[in-house]
Design a protein. Structure first.
Lengths: 138, 138, 138, 138
């Protein structure tokens, strides 16, 4: 029985995410337990050695994780994220894809990959979310 | 034999960190293996449920971690960060303090705590850095 | 061009893993970037509250991770593992499956899931390995 | 107001940890939010390349973490552990020391270091525990 995800409600909910907007991250797709996000690299995303900042990569992966973990209609909050920086990003667009690995009554786990234009993995994030009972109000 | 840290060179180096500047994070202190950073919470740091965004907390902890791991004068890059979100931040100022737990030839490990005005830990970040041979050029 | 994995050499190599043998963990399958392992739960695998010990779950996931990360014929060592405990294990057999998420010249990342008889995820481990140049000698 | 820890009850509780006993790990000290454990390295603790197995290091750090997180008299269970392998262990004795970084109503965070005879850090583990309401029954 496929779950019905109210994509428009989720979209309105994440439009209220002021930091994601400020950084320039955009949500692309949301479905049950999955989400993708995109970022076009600008000057203000760089660190002291002209690479994409770890904080930018985290924020991008985090939005995909948040969308995937909130896709079931109830609020889920991050408990722990482990992020590995695999290779330097190439090109000027980055994609993040989150998928649900497991979902229990209280905890759910997600794997997020960020890829660059070479289709190679730049970042791998492993996220653990605590599932609250409150419904998403958008 | 206490290590001499060229704080001014490090400060110039981190002034080139455009994302930290964009977010509004400021480096307070750097010494050998330690660093502190501060953030004044503004509207653009909030997420969809009006809390400080996980990406903001990561970026704040990450700057303290980066400063501490680069404090020995050679470039160190993040390999893995594990971040735990312990409690919601209260008040409008957050402090991050990074301290070196261990430093080997290639890998060094750091523990970073973010505290709010209640002096309670909001975030705990455990960071692993790979130490390159290149000197910091500022 | 599919990589040829010398499964027998890898098997001989992991037969020298005295701790895995002592705990009772068995390697089932190895292919390029993937591996599975199995454990039959015994009395000595339990903790103070009669659940499978976190150390046992880690050791099981770790063997699958080690086999997958060493499957390319050169030695890879764990740098960081992040393990999430999702639900209590049911039944008396546990399976771990490791798959490679990314592989760069120096670092490779793996995702490992442990499932129990309910086919639900008990543990999710995210492993980062440093790839050495030495060949596996078995 | 210093918390009174019933060390004997905790000791009896951890005596029921069959896996720790099987591996040979011993609890040394427990106080409020802190614990230390010790392991004498034997042949069965080694991996395929004659180093102390990652699973052994995890189990050692985990016991110190479990004792520290259960030291307040109520049951706490691991939610996520992130473990970094910093250097190879030297000598034949390893010590783990866990200390509480933060403790909230539901979540508590711990930092555990394993040191070898050189007094250098071999392993750094960052552990997150979920605090239940049940009292420890020993």
């Amino acid at each position: 029985m496929p779950e019905t995800v109210d994509k428009e409600a989720l979209r309105r909910y994440f439009e209220k995410d002021r930091f994601a907007t400020y950084v320039g991250i955009e949500l692309l797709e949301i479905s049950a337990g999955r989400a993708t996000a995109i970022l076009k690299i600008k000057e203000h995303h760089l660190n002291a050695v002209d690479m994409v900042h770890g904080g930018v990569l985290f924020a991008l992966a985090d939005l995909a994780f948040a969308a995937a973990s909130n896709s079931h209609g109830t609020i889920a909050v991050a408990v722990n994220n482990s992020i590995s920086f695999i290779k330097a990003a190439e090109g000027d667009v980055l994609y993040a894809e989150a998928r649900e690995i497991s979902k229990d009554r209280k905890l759910a786990a997600y794997s997020v990959e960020i890829k660059d234009k070479t289709e190679k993995t730049v970042v791998l994030l492993h996220g653990l979310a605590y599932r609250k009972k409150e419904k998403i109000d958008a």
